[in-house]
Ligand binder design. Sequence first.
Ligand SMILES: Cc1ncc(COP(=O)(O)O)c(C=O)c1O
Length: 498
Amino acid sequence: MKLVYEKSEPGRRASSLPRPALPASEVPEELRRMSPPRLPEISEPELVRHFTALADRTFGVDTGFYPLGSCTMKHNPRVNERVVNLPGFRDLHPLQEEDASQGALELMWRLQEILGEIVALPAVSLQPAAGSQGELTGLLLMRAYFADRGEGDRRREVVIPDTAHGTNPASVTMAGYELVGVKTDPRGNVDLDDLRGKVGSQTAGLMLTNPSTLGLFDEGIEEITRIFHQAGALMYYDGANLNAICGISRPGDFGFDIVHFNLHKTFSQPHGGGGPGGGPIAVRERLEPYLPVPAVVRDGGTFRLDYERPKTIGKVRGFCGPFGVFVRSYAYIRSFGPALREMSEVAVLNANYLLARLKDGYEAPFDRLCMHEFVLSGRRLKREHGVTTLDVAKRLMDYGFHPPTIYFPLIVPEALMIEPTETEAKETLDAFAEAMLEIAREAAEQPELLREAPHVRPVKRLDEVRAAKRPVVRYRFEQHDDPHGTGEPRQLEAQKGA
Ligand SMILES: Cc1ncc(COP(=O)(O)O)c(C=O)c1O
């Protein structure tokens, strides 16, 4: 497909507007440009077709099933967009006085209350803008808490299982802690023997994702809590996978002190490519004094921002955080009402249904009921047919599905991590399962078909590392002639009625 610059024809315009009968402003000569900017010159129909063709090439959750494990690409109800576009929310300036923004403050306060209830922890800050920022904020609270108790120099370590999402070790390091890894046992739980040897008076805390990135609820959770509480350490719950447990079990009830939410994963929000997102944190009473400011508080019937928190770690995000995300998440939660657990029950049911359909075609490394996602291994296809998980993922694109997350978590060889979410119908799950099983058959009968996939997508196999490290995101004018480089006045051409 040609770039819009390559479609450009000198003098062509998308529309023509009458010239205003106003005097042209005088631009000082030294500031005047010597030649016209090299903008694409194109008619409106061609312009519309160009961007529509680009949009058609894009795959999103609105175009098809997107079972990207750990990323929770669920349908974003359109009613949320209506709500977030209500003028009172959309046009509100973040510096608006409190008495003129009571509705927005009330929404944030109510969202805090609901989130606190979901995880059984009393104090919530909505400020962090992503799960990873929630992690960092939680760890900074941990540091502030121990520093206040005079234990900051002694408690230098944070324990993390080897299945953790990459942001966990990164946050630990950014917060200035030392990382202590703990192994996973053959059932997919934290290896308790390994753990016992690693926790002591030097430990500041644990960072646990539950359900884990294997899609498993840790069966030793009570014992884990005992080990950390005995050592006087804090327990951090990476709640990015809360989609599996809302209304069913609550981290605060089983001993955790800090939880972060991924609003954009659990409570719907268009996201991807790093944003937009929301990563609120909820904490136990003893950590509340350190939470970021401002806090959104209620005084009788009114709501206000409270900056009077002498022990606060400060601000972690501009104003009160990503407000549009709050509105969508609040709308999503309220659409379930008291039946929020149905969201998690269906997410878990959908994942188990797919697991049951796929575990014979692929290998299931942990033979247990899964939570909202599960991990398969393509090890057998590789061993028997020389076909890799990457080949399976690329072939899925020919069948019209976004591939699942692959090669993560790292402890499962040739991993495929699948998360269907609660918003998908059984027919979609069946179509996906049939495609996956067909691909497993193709691997045995026509392995070349997989190795050369995708066959019907506009781009084939990319050098993904190079694309990520050295993306070409601008037109290199210096490598192309300027078609109107003469500086001569041009005849402008625009279709009428545009
Ligand atoms: C388990 C887990 N923890 C943390 C994160 C980080 O969240 P974010 O991408 O919003 O920074 C994710 C993201 O998907 C995750 O799955």
